[in-house]
Design a protein around this ligand. Sequence first.
Ligand code: XIL
Length: 390
Amino acid sequence: MRSASPTRRALLAGAASLIGAPRALAGAPAFGPVGPPSWVPDSLQAAAARAGLTYGAEVPHYRLALAPYRRAVARECGMLVCGTAMKMVEVLPRPGGEDFGAGDETLRFARANGQRMRGHTLIWHDALPDWVSPLLARSSAAQAEDFMRRWIGAAAGHWRGCIEAWDVVNEVLAIGEPRRPDGLRETPWLRALGPDYIDLAFRILREVDPGAAGTWNEDAVEQDVPWMEARRTLVLRRIEGMLARGVPIRRFGLQSHLTSTIPIDQGRLRRFLAELGQLGIGIEITELDFDDRAFPADIAARDRGVTDMARRFLDVVCAEPAVLNVVTWDIWDPDTWLNDHPNRKRPDGLPQRALPLDAEFRRKSLWHAFRDAFRHAPDHKARRDRLRRA
Ligand code: XIL
């Protein structure tokens, strides 16, 4: 072992006290009673629920201060997920300085409205507070494992009993030509703990909150291009291995940031979902939105392109009995993250038409495409209810 520099000693000594795991584990605070469902009969959630599906959306917690936003989310959604409030960068900005406030606020809102919540996200290479990567880089495997236990203990312990499914790991596969034969992304977690960090995180969540389903959330596995097909194969082989090792993975999440620059092959997507379902796990669509870069500026033409993609995608998704939740990444166009992303924003600078509601909270043709897909979905309610509880 390398000798400890003063900074390293301070960081490692800090690791023991930097997260209040014992306090968090002593019992989750009350987040208010679960109220009656807030969604209206004519809503995406009501249409989805008929078939045993749940419709939900990501919400930035500060948007809940905006009354029409609150009303839209309450009326349309059966499930919410925080965009950033439950990420490590928000919860552990400083060693010892936990901040659960924004997540708590969102959870209270969801409970008051009878909505369920997903947890996003426990182990990710991104959204790490800037003090954590150096800590992991300097830790032994045992110290890194201890840190992982404390972090999952703090976050999943704080919200224990309130989360339907946690994104235990997010985006673990490399994008582009993988440098490792197993296709894993090289992250501070992988460097500190080796590839077993994934299994470990699922086992820890199971100990901390056995009622929360553990989800592997992954991006770029939905569309028709050879490198995504290769990722689908990596996903299936890895999940088979995890199940054989007794790892408590219960769901796979397809982020589904769909892009207009790549086609959707319904047959390939259908086969992938069916193969996941045959492994006995649930499937979630966790961050659905439509990047309209390849479509013309004209709004009607763009909306036609986006709704066509949505129909092709949702028809397949809604027909697969293992799919439980369909969650969009926010609900109205002005807040889509796509406009801020260097590779996803439109070259002409126009705001994207990525989500079901427009800037005035009016239902767009995309909303109708979702509603129609949910309405026509085969009724797999009994199977979905069983799988949701599994
Ligand atoms: C995004 C949020 O929407 C932004 O507000 C934030 O600035 C960056 O992260 N995949 C994920 C999400 O898993 O956590 C990302 O969310 C979008 C891509």
